[in-house]
Design a protein around this ligand. Structure first.
Ligand code: GTP
Ligand code: MG
Length: 330
């Protein structure tokens, strides 16, 4: 007989989602993991109860971010990396984050198909994350999903994002190790450069190594990788055949071993919170403080106030506005 779900004792009295037994989740049970991921996608009281239940079981997973231009071969490469990680005895969770498509979008379906080699493997769990409808933002949701995969005992959690916008850079920033996937022949020489994501990469990959232009692409990337005084491996892979994938997984292992400390779950949350607070503050400035700002600006040009004092006044007014909007601190 199935046990009824344990109630999470909490200040708010919120219960865990129906049918979700944390012990099963910790043991890596697939059904429990699927349920927990769904619950974590929403910041409902049940989702928060789940967060409390798993809080003591976090911090073991190595989080890898695979980011790169659309069609660079990220999903195919992730699929190949899963194979290599499994050969090395690691369990793997994958979050395929789709920034543009609706839930039923083709890209997600495509990712599922490309990663479907591991469908029968108990040590692999793949989940698509649609971009729409996340309270607190996509990166916040992704962070919670990483925690759930971590609590379920996944040794490695892979997050795949298309590197074309700010939210993708934010999501890549959740990873302990960021792998930027490039490919020759995507239009520009190196597309990722345009998006400004090359700088955040810890490992730079030239995928589609079977293409004749791959060598030149790798040379260009190596030259760029050397700039800025931070040495970073440049690895050529052919995801479709698996060539070079062992070298990539080696490089990941070396970096992981060299890292002083992985990003803690709270460290991850802090990164998001900082960005989220900035975004809310910016919204507030644009939305409801324009009059005050114009008034202060006149004070500045009239020589009655300095910029520094005026800026502090803006921050104070923003705080007052926030308090007025949500008197209960929500
Ligand atoms: N020739 C060649 N084709 C590849 C290689 N890796 C991936 N592809 C092909 O490139 C296409 C895109 O691969 P995906 O893995 O879907 O690329 P992606 O970066 O995940 O794409 P999005 O998720 O849509 O951004 C597919 O047709 C793959 O078969 C490779 O190493 N060599
Ligand atoms: Mg993909």
């Amino acid at each position: 007989m199935a046990q009824p779900p344990k109630e999470a004792a909490s200040a708010t009295g919120a219960e865990l989602p129906a049918g979700l037994d944390p012990e099963r989740l910790f043991s890596g049970d697939r059904v429990a993991l699927a349920r927990a991921l769904t619950a974590a996608e929403n910041e409902t009281p049940a989702g928060l109860a789940l967060a409390r239940a798993i809080a003591g079981h976090l911090g073991n997973a190595l989080v890898l971010g695979f980011t790169g231009a659309p069609g660079a071969g990220k999903s195919t490469l992730v699929n190949a990396c899963i194979g290599e990680l499994r050969r090395r005895g690691r369990s793997v969770g994958v979050l395929a984050v789709d920034p543009s498509s609706p839930v039923t979008g083709g890209a997600i379906l495509g990712d599922r198909i490309r990663m479907s080699d591991h469908g029968g493997d108990e040590g692999v769990f793949i989940r698509s994350v649609a971009s729409r409808g996340h309270l607190g933002g996509l990166s916040a949701t992704t962070s919670r999903l990483i925690d759930v995969m971590d609590a379920a005992g996944k040794d490695v959690v892979i997050v795949e994002t298309v590197g074309t916008g700010q939210s993708e850079v934010e999501i890549a920033d959740l990873a302990d190790i960021r792998i930027i996937v490039n490919a020759p022949g995507l239009g520009d020489d190196i597309q990722a450069l345009k998006a400004g994501i090359l700088e955040i990469g810890d490992i730079l990959v030239v995928n589609k190594g079977d293409r004749p232009e791959a060598g030149e692409c790798a040379r260009q990337l190596s030259a760029m990788a050397a700039m800025g005084g931070r040495e970073r491996p440049v690895i050529v892979t052919t995801a479709t055949t698996g060539e070079g994938v062992d070298k990539l997984v080696d490089a990941i292992g070396e970096l992981a071993a060299k890292m002083h400390r992985r990003l803690s779950p709270a460290g991850r949350a802090a990164r998001i919170l900082r960005l989220d607070a900035q975004r809310r503050f910016r919204d507030l400035l644009n939305r409801s403080l324009s009059e005050e700002i114009e008034t202060l600006a006149r004070e500045i040009t009239a020589g009655r106030s300095g910029f520094a004092d005026a800026a502090k006044t803006v921050i104070r007014k923003a705080a007052e506005r926030l308090r007025a909007e949500s008197p209960h601190g929500k």
